[in-house]
Design a binder for this molecule. Sequence first.
Ligand code: CP
Length: 319
Amino acid sequence: MNRFTSVHDLINGPGLTQALQDARNVVAHPWNHEALGKHRTLGLLFMNPSLRTRMSTQKAANLLGMDTIVLNAGADSWTLETQDGVVMDGGTTEHIKEAAAVMGRYCDILGIRTFAGLTDREKDYNETILESFVRYAGVPVVSLESATRHPLQSFADLITIEEHKATARPKVVLTWAPHPKPLPQAVANSFAEWMLQAEVDLVIANPEGYDLSSDFVKGATVTHDQDAALDGAHFVYAKNWSSYEQYGQILSKDRAWTVTEDKMALTNNAKFMHCLPVRRNMIVSDGVLDGPASIVLDEAAHRVTAAQVVLMHMLKGLA
Ligand code: CP
């Protein structure tokens, strides 16, 4: 596997069933592949803040015997230019072509964390930064979240659902919830994309004006009625996203969409999920987040599992 930017890379590589079996294996025997990454280096470039992705990916690399180099773009390194043919007389110092190629000379695998600008939909959905690294790095590239997807998060979410599910084909509800700032659609897009490949029934609930791109949700049931969506749910995945149609805009901060104990009472004893960081009493009430239904810490823990499985398959490809 020489790129991991969406679920399709795993499907076209080892396959989702094998990847989930690998996840169970690395949880049971985390150090079994310690020799695989010996004398290999993982470079991680972050273009925005991170707690979980930063720590879990380094931990996964460590379990595989790899060294890691972590850079914060613009703070530890130069500001990057992404446009081709531009006269670089502005604020950017280094072109992404050289930066990616140089990092590829130092590292065996690169992880790149970018974020949607939320002003230019076409630019965000073209994934200019991530795809430039894939094109110019000369080594395998892992997405640590991009403008439109967060595949390591979604893989961790799927592993967590597999671990907690009590029925063969659970009902999974992805629900929009309010947030004070405009956020990308990446986590929601990605979660929908992964769930549509999994053995689950996916329902997406969001207010009018918040429908996600049809590229990500084709095959899912989409409703604007959160209560109806929650009826009989086995898993509730809450997330805020800004409008895709009125790109990057906040159209609602309606706290009637906050996931509360009353909302969870509509479900079939559902587990509560969120990728974190989470705004308490905006996205979810304290009672739900601190209660027995919450499995957010398991999701965070499985970020290590997900990264370990992905890196393992990339390292095997290098051998
Ligand atoms: N869920 C997630 O990606 O967390 P961080 O932004 O802290 O990495």
